[in-house]
Design a protein around this ligand. Structure first.
Ligand code: PMP
Length: 379
């Protein structure tokens, strides 16, 4: 039995999305920019997916553009947003726990002369909206922050951050990296007045290489890619129609089954927390109020990679932090204030709609075997 507990890194594509992808590749294979029927057929896929995405955010379909994923969306939002507002200020506010595609992009702008203020979590691991509000001032051109952290699962207080700052600074550009929260938590832009929202398909049962950016009406961005003027000239390049068809289906399924899947994540999280609390060597790093779709734990003394590969030998797949950092020690967990020993031994377990209690039982047994095996060697 293969037990995949690395769904924050990526998910298995659902059958509905895979079939839609296949159909678009073999039937509706025209270029959406072509004027003939094949082009119009392909374009109808884009229109449908834009509508589906828009219905999740409660926005106009024209406000959605498709990209290759959230890394690209984050780059476009940050680089394109600041480039279009060169005169509006030279300060960017973000958090210390952002994904590399936000952190490295603001760090790039920092080298170009921007001041970057990075808001820290409070000692209990949660963020306070007040800390973001204090960090923003009249020189701030952009606030960019994540909705749900991808390593611990902490949910940032996005509603209060956005509503307070919107009241105080109506013109502030606000971007949210919603990758880990999109379709899991409510994000109605009529209630949460964000300007830009990034999301990614492969975290929600669509293929890797497709994502998008919500752009509020009236918000100007400089394009990062120049070319054939697709996606309102903001993302030139022929659209990945098959992946967009797949995204459409995956999103529809998320809307239909999302609440039920959330129950599965909750069940898995609760079940593992209860069981892990009985293993004295294990520490739970994710706070109780974190998103249920993941659980970060540590076995101090046993480095992440050692346990990860031991589990892998038993066909159990977990992560040692964010997949994007490829085994490097997590700067994000450090930023959350976790002690070195916990950072070095962290394991991220993340659930899918198909994770079962039986799989978790096998994981727990194997983890305990690993602890017994390595404790004797390492200590
Ligand atoms: N932001 C967050 C919070 C993520 O978890 C990820 C994926 N690990 C990304 C951005 C990047 O998404 P993509 O893989 O679609 O580029």
């Amino acid at each position: 039995m293969e037990i995949y507990l690395d769904n924050c890194a990526t998910t298995k594509v659902c059958n509905e999305a895979a079939s839609a992808c296949m159909e678009a590749m073999t039937q509706q294979y025209g270029n959406p920019s072509s004027l003939h029927k094949k082009g119009i057929d392909a374009e109808s896929i884009l229109t449908s997916a834009r509508k589906t995405t828009a219905s999740i955010l409660n926005c106009d379909p024209d406000s959605i553009i498709f990209t290759s994923g959230a890394t690209e969306s984050n780059n476009l939002a940050i680089l394109g947003g600041t480039a279009a507002r060169k005169r509006d200020g030279k300060t960017i506010v973000t958090s210390t726990v952002e994904h590399a595609s936000v952190e490295q992009t603001v760090a790039f702008l920092e080298k170009q002369g921007y001041t970057v203020k990075r808001v820290k979590p409070r000692p209990d691991g949660n963020f306070a909206a007040a800390d973001f509000i204090d960090a923003v001032d009249h020189d701030t051109v952009l606030l960019t922050f994540m909705m749900v952290n991808n390593e611990l699962g902490t949910i940032l207080p996005y509603e209060s951050i956005v509503s307070s700052l919107r009241r105080k600074y109506p013109k502030l550009l606000i971007h949210m990296d919603a990758v880990q929260g999109f379709t899991k938590f409510p994000l109605n832009i009529r209630k949460i007045d964000v300007d830009l929202i990034s999301f990614s398909g492969h975290k929600l049962y669509a293929p890797k290489g497709i994502g998008g950016l919500y752009i509020k009406k009236g918000i100007r961005l400089e394009p990062v890619l120049h070319g054939g003027s697709q996606e309102r000239s903001l993302r030139s390049g022929t659209q990945a129609v098959p992946f967009i068809a797949a995204l459409d289906q995956a999103l529809r399924l998320c809307m239909e089954k999302g609440p039920q899947w959330m129950e599965t994540y909750r069940y898995c999280n609760h079940y593992l927390r209860e069981a892990l609390q009985k293993i004295p060597e294990v520490m739970i790093n994710s706070p109780e109020n974190a998103s249920p779709h993941l659980l970060n734990i540590s076995v101090p003394g046993i480095p992440s990679e050692i346990m990860l590969h031991f589990l892998e030998q038993h066909d159990i797949f977990v992560s040692s932090g964010s997949a994007c950092s490829k085994g490097a020690k997590s700067v994000v967990l450090k930023a959350y204030g976790l002690p070195e020993e916990q950072v070095k031994s962290a394991l991220r377990l993340s659930f899918s709609k198909d994770t079962t209690k039986e799989q978790l039982d096998v994981f727990l047994d194997t983890l305990e075997q690993g602890i017994r095996r390595f404790k004797a060697v390492i200590r």
